[in-house]
Design a binder for this molecule. Structure first.
Ligand SMILES: [Zn+2]
Length: 382
């Protein structure tokens, strides 16, 4: 049985009217689950239909009331969203879902936790040129690891959720993804990957202890960036090749991958619920599929609802597969595309399809979604 989840930001649900939104999602659109941001990154987006304000800016943070005593092993203390005030928004939403029989998963941004990078600059990522991130915490930092472990325990210990989804589970200087910064550079995916490599104190120390020639790795990246910045030509292929063939750099990346693997195991042990990992598309800087761990279930993010593309990516192991349709993919799909995508993925036995950005969707998108879910259910029942 395939589950159909809408991914929703608490602000969108609250501003639309929580009860009405849940009634509609459940009764009309036909999802049987909701993935809700419990620990959100800073972001801004335009609402796709009449939800006010039309432009929402959120500094992110926690949308549940943390049990502060659980965070005693870390200097990093939880910060709640300005929307929380005295009400536990996340519990309000989960209660509403329980009443309607909707499953709930909690979404957690692992590295781009809202409001924290500004408060704890020593725990943020730093690129090869020495620039601190104002967006991403470094997951190699011991305090960040302890914080995330406490957060997962805190979220799952007294709630009955259908799982926790980790997003932004990466060690990455996030500004390299920021179109305002990266657009002019035209350095391509490979170049952005190099620019986004983190060489913070924790990464350098850890890698040095693991026997990596860190100075050599940094020099390689700096030289490459110095060469590419003035050239203004995309360097995707070169960047990727460099990461693979330059021994010190390859070893450094291996250290970061292993660090994330260990953290993933630690989080799995801390969570009393199933843990999911939201992955980027392969080939993007944030793709994490190179270090798959069968105990943490991956969710593949799709920027297009193209079935041939899906097959090419090897989405053929139904019992393990979960897919997340991005807002962009939904917007660019025709209603017919969406219907056939949902039908085929359901026939394959994909265990869940998530649809991102509930608040960004226009009425037209919601109608297309309703139709796609209805057809997929009907054809799987027959
Ligand atoms: Zn780092």
């Amino acid at each position: 049985m395939t589950d159909y989840y809408a991914v929703a930001h608490p602000c969108d649900l609250l501003d639309e009217d929580l009860a009405l939104a849940l009634d509609r999602l459940h009764g009309e659109i036909g999802v049987n689950g909701l993935a809700v941001w419990a620990a959100a990154p800073e972001s801004a987006w335009i609402r796709g239909r009449g939800i006010n304000p039309r432009l929402l800016r959120s500094r992110g943070g926690l949308f549940f009331l943390p049990d502060e005593s659980r965070y005693h092993l870390t200097r990093l203390k939880p910060v709640t969203s300005e929307r929380l005030k005295s009400r536990d928004v996340f519990s309000q939403i989960t209660d509403g879902c329980d009443q309607r029989g909707l499953k709930v998963r909690a979404l957690v941004s692992a590295s781009r936790a809202g409001r924290l990078p500004g408060k704890y600059p020593a725990m943020t990522c730093k690129n090869a040129l020495g620039d601190d991130s104002q967006v991403s915490l470094c997951l190699a930092h011991p305090d960040v690891q302890a914080y995330l472990t406490a957060l997962v325990t805190d979220l799952t210990s007294e709630r009955s959720l259908a799982g926790v989804i980790l997003a932004d589970f990466e060690i990455f200087w996030a500004e390299a993804d920021d179109p305002r910064i990266a657009a002019d550079l035209n350095i391509g995916v490979g170049g952005r990957r190099l620019l986004g490599l983190c060489f913070c104190e924790s990464c350098r120390q850890g890698a040095t202890l693991a026997g990596v020639d860190v100075d050599k790795a940094i020099d390689t990246v700096r030289l490459a960036l110095d060469r590419w910045f003035p050239a203004r030509t995309p360097v995707s292929a070169d960047g990727q090749a460099l990461l693979e063939v330059q021994p010190a750099l390859a070893a450094f990346l291996r250290f970061q991958d292993e660090t994330l693997m260990r953290l993933k195991s630690r989080l799995r042990e801390a969570s009393s619920h199933t843990l999911f990992l939201l992955e980027g598309e392969p080939g993007t800087p944030w793709a994490t599929s190179t270090f798959a761990d069968p105990a943490v279930r991956p969710i593949r993010s799709l920027d297009t609802v193209n079935l041939n593309e899906l097959e090419r990516q090897g989405v053929t192991a139904p019992e393990q597969s979960e897919l997340c349709v991005t807002t962009q993919a939904l917007r660019h799909a025709t209603s017919a595309d969406l219907v056939s995508f949902f039908q085929k993925a359901t026939e394959w036995g994909v265990s869940a399809i998530l649809v991102d950005g509930y608040g960004k969707l226009a009425e037209r998108d919601l109608n297309a979604l309703r139709q796609a879910i209805r057809f997929a259910r009907r054809s799987s029942a027959s």
